[in-house]
Design a protein around this ligand. Structure first.
Ligand code: PEP
Ligand code: MN
Length: 338
């Protein structure tokens, strides 16, 4: 249940209102929008008389029941789009950011070369995995701390904010200088990790688990917001279906649906969704058309020799060519790319 407060409601009265609700056994959280603040009640609200609360509290504009289990991420609770600002760029509705870089950081030279090139092509954030969740224990597991060091060197060299994946909460101290922490598909329901990144005040890129429903995806985001961190970017990266010709199936309808149900930014990863380099341009364009706020595209200086996900990685020239098309289509949607 939420109560939307009147514009300019005095803080003292808001505090009293919240105290009263909490004394009745509910927990609350406040969502502060540009126009109105919203007080959300968590608990069994079946017996709460919405009209009575509105009539007896002059700071309350109106109240309504939120039936969905996700509250903090719900657009009904927070009607304004969440905009996330990082390193001079904005992620969210009205903007369009492209995150690019290799699946994994392989050397300092490699990540700097890729960073310079994708920046030149128009990417605004650099990705690269240092800790890699691989299906096989015999596959390359990432350069770990050294990979993070190389990624930070690329950030220093290019000024690009960096996005990289965390595998578990014990790694958190290593991520202090990382701009956006990625929680990957395999960790989408690692609730202990979600709670920990929920304590941070930096953006979290949360990828959809490959067998998770949209509601489960939103509930995972709810873990992060309810722990205190409102800066979550949702990433649709393909789900498992009966299809075997693609690595996953890109669930395009998830994008407008997530944007309707939630106020959080939504981006698309066409690389993991398809697993096939040649499909990445078409899926990128589709993502723009269905209203995504950005893309995460794997690129590599030499995909044939990549230590991870080479088959889905664009080479730097292919990425540059695709970006020319992306820029035109994003301009057509009336969104800003820097
Ligand atoms: C990745 O971004 O390299 C990655 C491992 O993605 P996902 O978690 O979506 O599989
Ligand atoms: Mn990858």
């Amino acid at each position: 249940m939420v109560f939307v407060l009147k514009k300019n409601a005095p803080q003292q009265k808001i505090d009293q209102f919240i105290q009263k609700i909490e004394a009745d056994g509910f927990s609350t959280f406040i969502s502060t929008g540009t126009e109105h603040s919203v007080v959300c009640l968590i608990g069994n609200t079946a017996k709460v008389d919405v009209d009575f609360v509105v009539q007896t509290n002059d700071i309350v504009e109106y109240g309504k029941r939120v039936t969905e289990p996700y509250k903090a991420v719900n657009r009904a609770v927070h009607p304004d789009d969440t905009l996330i600002k990082i390193g001079g760029i904005t992620i969210g509705e009205g903007f369009f950011q492209v995150i690019s870089g290799p699946c994994s950081v392989e050397s300092e030279k490699q990540i700097i070369e890729v960073a310079k090139s994708v920046k030149e092509s128009g990417a605004t954030l650099l990705r690269g995995g240092a800790f890699k969740p691989r299906s096989s224990p015999y596959s390359f597991q990432g350069l770990s701390e050294t990979g993070l060091k190389f990624l930070l060197a690329a950030k220093k060299e290019t000024g690009m904010p960096i996005v990289t994946e965390i595998m578990n909460q014990t790694q958190l101290p290593l991520f202090d200088d990382v701009d956006i922490i990625q929680v990957g598909a395999r960790n989408m329901q690692n609730f202990d990790l979600l709670k920990e990144v929920g304590r941070l005040s930096k953006p979290i890129l949360l990828k959809r688990g490959f067998s998770n429903t949209i509601e489960e995806f939103l509930m995972s985001a709810e873990y992060i917001l309810s722990a205190g961190n409102p800066q979550v970017i949702l990433c649709e990266r393909g789900i498992r279906t009966f299809e075997t010709m693609t690595r996953n199936t890109l669930d395009l309808s998830a994008v407008p649906l997530l944007k309707q149900k939630s106020h959080l930014p939504v981006i698309v990863d066409p690389s993991h969704a398809s697993g096939i380099r040649k499909l990445v341009p078409a899926l990128s364009k589709a993502a723009i058309a269905v209203g995504a706020d950005g893309l995460m595209i794997e690129s590599h200086n030499n995909p044939a020799e990549a230590l991870c996900d080479g088959a889905q990685s664009l080479d730097l020239e292919q990425f540059s060519t695709l970006m020319i098309d992306i820029k035109k289509r994003v301009a057509f949607e009336g969104k800003v790319m820097s």
